[in-house]
Design a protein around this ligand. Structure first.
Ligand code: ADP
Ligand code: MG
Length: 340
């Protein structure tokens, strides 16, 4: 037994991706970047092309017992568009890979597509192809998106500078709290099918989980304000995890102020109800698909009156020192993990 076996859980998601790509290098002159950013960058001559893929797998990313297919279709497109937004780009075309089990009717797949079409309309992208197959175990959706960006407007993850302001769009933790509430209601229902779900007054956080938006509106507003972020990433894994990526790839540190973290009222109330710290939800809850970006301090006046943008801290020259300044005036390290 000479062959060794390493469990994927030993490496984790990011460790595995790193290992698989060891020794991989671009051979083509128009492949500008490889792995490591929200989208790959391709030189189209006058501008850059952007290319990204995201997978959604039943039982891992969604539970069809509470996830309406229409919303799922919308989300599959939106989370891909979000990766183009994170490069400061404009999404153009998507292709859709589907694997379906015989549990699905034609009408059910049509409903999934209704959601995809609605998202394509909202984000002004064309669905131009894909692939369809049967599946032995549940629904599998893989979407790839192509986008464009002017060469002097592209924003990478690895270009944040010390003293830049750290900004985030929208609010944090809502999608995670929405998911926890849906999971709780499912358990209640399984225990007693006569129970009605108690989700009144929780519409916003439920929507954050089931039907996230890509923040193209913020991309357009930054452009209109004359701001090109010095770096940007979208929040798929949670503020902590994604900020750590931004910092390590940029070779900088960050100081985040707890009292600046934007948390919606429903997120706060839901978190307390679920016995989850609202700050924990804001730092570690994933799937908000907001934009986390940095701007030079000289751009502060251009963003300070935009209600969609919060300045939550600043970057430091202390490489990989990512700290939270708490309301009690302590400074504690921000830590995170991808899935394992
Ligand atoms: P995001 O959350 O922005 O979608 P991920 O965390 O999924 O990004 O991926 C991080 C980087 O690793 C990206 O640049 C992505 O293209 C790359 N990547 C992920 N999975 C693979 C894979 N199986 N092979 C090659 N590159 C991958
Ligand atoms: Mg991303």
């Amino acid at each position: 037994m000479a062959e060794s076996r390493t469990e994927i859980s030993n490496l984790g998601e990011f460790g595995l991706i790193k290992r698989l790509n060891q020794g991989l290098k671009n051979n083509l002159p128009d492949s500008i970047t490889g792995i490591g950013d929200d989208a790959a960058v391709i030189d189209l001559g006058t501008e850059f092309g952007l290319l990204s893929t995201d997978i959604l797998l039943e039982g891992v990313h969604f539970d069809l017992s509470f996830f309406p297919l229409k919303h799922l279709g919308y989300k599959a497109i939106a989370i891909n568009v979000s990766d183009i937004a994170a490069m400061n780009g404009i999404p153009r075309q998507v292709t859709v890979g589907l694997a379906l089990s015989n549990r699905f009717s034609v009408e059910a797949v049509e409903e999934l597509y209704e959601g995809m079409k609605a998202a394509c309309k909202d984000f002004n992208v064309d669905l131009v192809g894909g692939d369809t197959s049967s599946s032995l175990s549940g629904l599998f959706i893989s979407v790839s998106v192509f986008g464009r960006v002017a060469k002097d407007r592209i924003t990478y993850r690895n270009t944040a500078k010390a003293n830049d302001l750290l900004c985030v769009s929208g609010d944090l933790g809502g999608a995670y709290i929405g998911l926890q509430l849906l999971v709780r209601e499912k358990q209640v229902f399984l225990a007693d099918p006569n129970m009605q779900p108690q989700l009144d007054g929780k519409e916003y956080v439920i929507q954050r989980q089931l039907r996230p938006e890509a923040r193209m509106d913020v991309v357009f507003e930054l452009a209109a304000a004359g701001v090109i972020p010095t770096s940007m990433i979208d929040l798929s894994d949670g503020l902590a995890s994604d900020l750590l990526h931004l910092c390590s790839q940029s070779g900088v540190g960050a100081l985040v102020f707890e009292d600046k973290l934007p948390i919606d009222e429903q997120t706060y109330v839901g978190a307390v109800e679920l016995n989850i710290g609202p700050i924990t939800a804001a730092l570690n809850g994933g799937e908000d698909y907001e934009l986390l970006f940095t701007v030079p301090q000289s751009d502060y006046d251009k963003i300070k009156n935009n209600p969609k943008i919060s300045v939550i801290g600043y970057m430091t020259d202390k490489k990989d020192e990512v700290l939270l300044h708490t309301k009690g005036d302590n400074r504690v390290p921000i830590t995170a993990q991808g899935w394992n």
